[in-house]
Design a protein around this ligand. Structure first.
Ligand code: PEP
Ligand code: MG
Length: 573
């Protein structure tokens, strides 16, 4: 039966395919008995998974430090204790050996038994331990399936899950998934940014879809409007075909702008850089005539691996990036790993209580100087092959810039001594995404050669709205007077000091906001290649001086509606 579920469009594109549902933490396993001969191997598989989890927990524990060691450590210790509980282990063994249950089903049965014991206790503390039990069982279950059996054969299907880490998005894409629907998540999460970069349709914030879609249902998802249709009817399918055709027509028209300049009606050239995450992005950016790469997020090099990339591995990636841009500037951002992009290398703290405000970006770089120095060396070596700029994420204080500059100087001298060709005067820039840096830019600007405004984070910190929290969509918008005023202030301070300023957050790639940013004085944008031509079309449709003349009216807007009225009153030149 046809059903419609609303969500938020997070990565454009339509997908039509069968659903694969992955329920959160649920061990939805049917009763499974195994042949007697398979019992020893199944017990061994179970023990191996438990040993893996034990090692994972010990590894996590060892990486904790400071206040976290106490707070999170307690909870890890509790999980380790549960894992060693003879009741749990013997029970599992017996279920496999005596009942001949498969490991998954044995886990499920044993979980239900122990949960019943906890839930039957009077003490609320013990009752609440069911949650910990579920964490431990969930970890063993994941370890049993660490070879990703759960997403094997996902090619041609649409995954419906609760939330996904960026590394999972990358893996699913590589395995040929057609699209993704998540119950939680937000447009500004790194998973969403990555999905856009991979041109993978994504709908987030669709809890009803997660609750009601079943495995094998036919789904039609629209990554622009966020609509999820189960069992689409003939009209839906016709509309889908029409949208696909329309999309192709629009792409053909936009394609003609490939070789056109990004020039306003009154003849001002606006620099359109590209945000690049992959080799494909770089090739696309180049072919669309991007001015260069305005943001290369290096953290994607660190994801999906269980060790840190070596200097050589990083050097090869950066060198190829630089070579791919054939002489156009490439801006490489220092690793900005946070708990939402936690990797297998153990660099980020997966359990920071508030990772968005934690040890990430330049903060992590200055605590892990070994990792920072290796990355700087790799970037500087790549500068021998074409123009490179270094970008520091999460800058908040002058001291950070002083320290980073010193490290850059040191690495340059060492590399030259070793005989490497390092370019002269590599520009060092700061992401302006922490409100303190935006407000106090006049006190920092002498230490940077350029700035890049990260509106994704700037909005979340300015409005105190976690960019990954789907409960606050009305606050995840740059259409707030405080954001616009601050943007205007940053752009004019940078310009007053002769420093180029770009916006590289997602708002730069929204063509509806192009005239707004031009009015605020922006002349450099860094956008994902998939929206570069649309932004160029907008730039070419407007008269810059007319827009600037209307900036005071924009800055007088008192709410979102006022800003939207300003936008809708614009008539392209
Ligand atoms: C930003 O914060 O706007 C930004 C571009 O960086 P990221 O999305 O990687 O945090
Ligand atoms: Mg950021």
């Amino acid at each position: 039966m046809r059903q419609l579920f609303p969500g938020q469009g997070a990565s454009r594109g339509n997908a039509l395919g069968r659903a694969r549902v992955r329920q959160p933490h649920a061990l939805e396993v049917a009763e499974e008995r195994i042949p007697r001969a398979a019992v020893p191997a199944e017990v061994a598989r179970l023990h191996e998974a438990i040993a893996t989890v034990r090692a994972e927990l010990a590894g996590l524990r060892a990486r904790l430090h400071g206040a976290l060691a106490v707070e999170v450590g307690e909870f890890l210790d509790l999980h380790a204790l549960l894992l060693d509980d003879p009741e749990l282990l013997q029970g599992l063994d017996e279920l496999v050996t005596r009942e001949r249950y498969g490991a998954d089903y044995a886990l499920r049965v044993q979980r239900d038994r122990l949960a019943a014991v906890f839930e039957g206790m009077d003490d609320p503390y013990f009752r609440s331990r069911v949650e910990d039990l579920d964490h431990v069982i969930g970890r063993i279950h994941s370890a049993l399936h660490s070879h990703d059996a759960e997403v094997s054969g996902i090619a041609g299907e649409i995954l419906v899950a609760d939330t996904l880490a960026p590394s999972e998005v990358a893996r699913l894409h590589a395995r040929g998934v057609l699209g993704i629907v998540t119950g939680g998540g937000s447009m500004l999460s790194h998973s969403a940014i990555l999905a856009r970069s991979l041109h993978l349709p994504l709908v987030v914030g669709a809890p009803q879809a997660l609750a009601q879609v079943n495995d094998g249902d036919v789904l039609l998802i629209d990554g622009a409007t966020g609509l999820v249709i189960v069992d689409p009817d003939a009209d839906d399918l016709r509309a889908h075909r029409e949208r696909v055709r329309e999309g192709k027509r629009e792409r053909r028209q936009l394609h003609r702008l490939r070789r056109e300049p990004s020039r306003t009606v009154d003849g001002v050239d606006v620099r359109l850089y590209a945000n690049a995450e992959s080799r494909e992005d770089v090739a696309e950016a180049h072919s669309l005539g991007a001015a260069g790469i305005g943001l290369y997020r290096t953290e994607f090099l660190f994801l999906q691996r269980d060790h840190l990339p070596t200097e050589e591995e990083q050097f090869v990636a950066y060198r190829d990036l630089v070579l791919g841009m054939t002489g156009r500037t490439t801006t490489i951002r220092i690793l900005d790993i946070g708990a939402d992009k936690a990797d297998g290398s153990g660099l980020a703290l997966p359990f920071e209580p508030n990772p968005a405000m934690g040890v990430r970006g330049v903060r992590l770089a200055l605590r892990r100087r070994d990792v920072f120095a290796t990355q700087l060396r790799a970037i500087l070596r790549a500068s021998g092959y074409g123009p490179v700029r270094v970008l520091l994420p999460m800058v908040a204080r002058r001291e950070e810039l002083v320290a980073a500059r010193r490290m850059l100087r040191l690495a340059t001298t060492r590399l030259r001594d070793e005989g490497h060709a390092v370019a002269e005067g590599i520009p060092l820039g700061a992401m302006i995404e922490v409100p303190a840096a935006a407000i106090a830019l006049p006190t920092l600007v002498d230490l940077v050669d350029f700035v890049s405004i990260g509106t994704n984070d700037l909005v979340q910190y300015l409005l105190a709205a976690d960019r990954g929290n789907d409960a606050l969509p009305e606050l995840h918008s740059p259409l707030h007077p405080a954001v616009l005023q601050l943007l205007q202030q940053v752009i004019s301070t940078a310009r007053g000091h002769g420093r180029p300023a770009a916006v590289c957050g997602e708002m730069a790639g929204d063509p509806m906001l192009t005239p707004l940013l031009l009015a605020l004085g922006l002349e450099e944008f860094s956008v994902h290649p998939s929206t570069l031509l649309e932004v160029r079309r907008e730039v070419r449709a407007h008269d810059l001086s007319a827009l600037r003349a209307r900036a005071p009216a924009l800055l007088r807007a008192r709410d979102r509606a006022g800003i939207e009225r300003w936008l809708s009153s614009l008539v392209p030149a």
